[in-house]
Design a protein around this ligand. Structure first.
Ligand SMILES: [Zn+2]
Length: 315
């Protein structure tokens, strides 16, 4: 899909769901991608390149906002089709792309038997194809198109966001929330903070939001999913939801003292889902099966991240 300003998005059909995770194509002199999604999505990307008339051999830069598998898991596999591409990653993410064994171990622990179906294979990226970008570094991809990398922790410490001068937009990965275009089509803009384990930090998330807000961008390109031309709504909603999520987290943490981490996470999930559901009801939006599954999945993982953060904080 064409987003204007020389940017297209390819639906990576993450988890076999539409409009969940996307790969952005920047049609500049140096053809550039942002995000690859997980390996099972790579056939969808190759198909998308075909539709866009792109020969993958011409792709010069593949940028991943952070190394979570739904954003960068497929990068090693994609490189097989892109012999002339370099991979650009946050300094803290580099070693995980060069040697994904830790990522694989972590994901196997969380996803168990489903790991193969969701993520396999996770291939290493050769060292000589990796480039790191520090906070404030730039990359010129066209005569008038400069990308600027900003360190934006909060969702993960290995996360940067990328400002694009041509569209005055920013690729935020998971830093300032998840956008649900399916609800937007029904007339509701919903942005929820992405608080997954295990480096979630609410203070860092707000600092990153402030940093992004100060750029006065006109567009935000989300990891999940798509673009908004209403950045101020995004900031407002993250300011609203993040404190609500944390309040609920602290309440559950207190009420369920002594209970296991799993029990606490499940209780928090129930609270958060009820909150989101009642917000949607207020707006007279009802969720179909697929949408409610997507939001439940996000809030389940998000609850785990909040409880994990509180557990570390109280240690
Ligand atoms: Zn992530």
């Amino acid at each position: 899909m064409d987003l204007g300003k020389g940017i297209s998005i390819i639906d990576a059909m993450d988890l076999d769901k539409e409009k969940r995770t996307g790969c952005y194509v920047l049609h500049a002199e140096e053809l550039t991608l942002v995000e690859t999604c997980a390996s099972p999505s790579i056939p969808y990307l190759l198909e998308g390149f075909k539709t866009l008339g792109i020969d993958p051999k011409n792709i010069k830069n593949i940028i991943v906002t952070h190394v979570h598998l739904d954003h960068a898991g497929g990068v090693g596999l994609l490189l097989d089709s892109c012999p002339n591409a370099k991979v650009i990653v946050h300094p803290r993410g580099r070693r995980h792309l060069a040697d994904p064994s830790k990522l694989i171990m972590g994901a196997r622990a969380v996803y168990g038997e489903k790991f193969d179906e969701l993520f396999d294979p996770i291939l290493p990226v050769p060292d000589n194809r990796l480039i790191i970008k520090e906070d404030g570094d730039t990359l010129q991809i066209g005569e008038y198109r400069i990308l600027t990398f900003l360190n934006t922790p909060g969702h993960a410490k290995h996360h940067f966001s990328i400002h694009d001068s041509w569209s005055n937009g920013i690729f935020t990965g998971d830093t300032i929330g998840v956008f649900y275009p399916q609800l937007f089509e029904k007339g509701l803009e919903l942005y929820l903070p992405s608080t997954s384990p295990n480096q979630f930090d609410p203070d860092a998330m707000i600092d990153s939001l402030e940093k992004i807000k100060a750029l006065d961008v006109e567009r935000i390109y989300f990891g999940h999913y798509g673009m908004t031309t209403n950045p101020s709504h995004v900031y407002e909603q993250i300011y609203k939801w993040l404190p609500l999520f944390m309040e609920s987290g602290e309440k559950v943490w207190k009420d369920k003292q002594g209970a296991s981490i799993e029990t606490k996470s499940e209780a928090l999930f129930q609270e958060l889902y009820a909150k989101v559901e009642s917000y949607l009801a207020e707006k007279e939006i009802s969720l179909d099966q697929e949408m409610s599954e997507i939001i439940k999945l996000d809030l389940r993982v998000g609850s785990m991240g909040i409880i994990d953060y509180l557990a570390k904080k109280t240690k």
